[in-house]
Ligand binder design. Structure first.
Ligand SMILES: *Cc1c(COP(=O)(O)O)cnc(C)c1O
Length: 363
């Protein structure tokens, strides 16, 4: 990602926003935060959106606000960013890792089994790389077994599946405005979106020292406020989201058409009915992944690995993994997946150059 290019293009607008916030002086929880919350609720089609300091905090607050209790077992994907899992432990829960299933999605069948056999009290599912996957069977199983479901949509703002959006079929979804995300702040930020007014009320309290609307401290809370300047910048970026998403989708199509004939890679698959926003463009390069990455680096192309380890193999989480569990698919992704550059300011010429380098690579 090249945030410097985006700033160059929108410098005047962004600096005007800075000037506005610095002039009125309400730099934390200012009017821009309230405006962003309104905008997010509309964009996500939920009744409420609550801005907080990060998506990591958003997930932690969402879990406890939706009734997760210390000691609860919580199904989580093994192949995801660490922040899908760490808030579960912070809330006193025990993560139950689930292997990847089809493509890069968590194994829904296995997760449904955990729900139906009473093996978990809650589930956190992540929509990775900009694509929403179908959680309908999981949402139904959770509902009939009274199991809490939260969606990690940190990478899926703007993604839809058959008109459905994250937050519709679960208690809450969380969003991230980390600078590397598609609507990134120039700092940290996150949000909870939900249709549940009790969750909204509790997250509102938790983000600022447990204080309610009457300024009474109802419980021990945290300090997880969003800066007004970040809210203003995210609001500006969400206004551009459709246009930027179209450009990323165009780039994805270009990659796909130019790389179609390279038999050694697997291109990202788009689920039918899905609007994939291509937060990331992840290909599978098999056991040549690291060599391909070096080759691209030599050619001046920076790539990323999402993610270099399946979370079950992280020492931090080893105590939650039982000898019986297997994570072969997640581990395979960690060895074989590579993310190519994708951001709206990437030019067609640059995409062609990247594809040329991949095509010329001696497999
Ligand atoms: C980025 C990310 C998070 C955490 O977001 P922050 O705002 O950085 O706390 C959580 N889950 C996933 C899948 C992410 O990609």
């Amino acid at each position: 990602m090249r945030l410097d290019r985006q700033f160059q293009q929108h410098k005047a607008a962004i600096l005007t926003l800075c000037e506005e916030v610095f002039s009125h002086g309400r730099v934390l929880q200012g009017p821009e935060v309230t405006a962003l919350e309104k905008q997010l609720a509309i964009a996500m089609g939920t009744q409420h959106a609550i801005a907080v300091g990060s998506a990591t905090d958003a997930l932690f607050f969402a879990l406890i606000s939706a009734g997760m209790q210390p000691g609860d077992r919580v199904a989580v994907p093994a192949m995801t960013f660490i922040a899908t899992v760490s808030p579960v432990i912070r809330a006193g829960g025990t993560p139950v890792f689930v292997d990847a299933g089809i493509d890069y999605q968590p194994d829904i069948t296995k997760t449904v089994q955990l729900v139906e056999t009473g093996s978990v009290e809650a589930v956190v599912m992540a929509h990775l790389y900009g694509q929403m996957f179908d959680i309908t069977p999981l949402a139904e199983a959770c509902k009939s077994n009274n199991v809490l479901l939260i969606e990690d949509a940190a990478q899926a703002i703007g993604a839809t599946l058959n008109e459905s959006k994250p937050g519709e079929k679960s208690a809450a979804a969380i969003l991230s405005f980390d600078p590397m995300k598609i609507a990134g702040a120039f700092g940290s930020g996150g949000a909870v979106v939900t249709n549940d007014s009790q969750i909204r009320k509790r997250v509102n309290r938790l983000r600022y020292h447990g204080r309610d609307e009457n300024r009474t401290y109802q419980e021990l809370g945290y300090n997880s406020q969003m800066a007004s300047i970040q809210a203003a910048i995210v609001e500006f970026k969400i206004q551009h989201l459709d246009e930027w998403t179209k450009r990323r989708q165009q780039i994805a199509r270009l990659y796909k058409s130019e790389l179609e004939t390279v038999s050694n890679i697997i291109l990202p698959r788009e689920i039918s009915g899905s609007n994939h926003v291509f937060h990331k463009f992840v290909i599978n390069a098999g056991d040549k992944r690291n060599r391909l990455r070096d080759h691209l680096k030599q050619a001046g192309i920076e790539t990323m690995i999402h993610y270099g380890s399946s979370l079950d193999s992280e020492p931090l989480f080893s105590k939650y993994v039982t000898a019986r569990s297997s994570f072969t698919k997640a581990e395979r992704i960690s060895r074989e997946a590579i993310s190519l550059p994708i951001y709206p300011e990437l030019t067609d010429l640059e995409v062609s150059y990247i594809c040329e380098q991949i095509t010329n690579f001696k497999w």
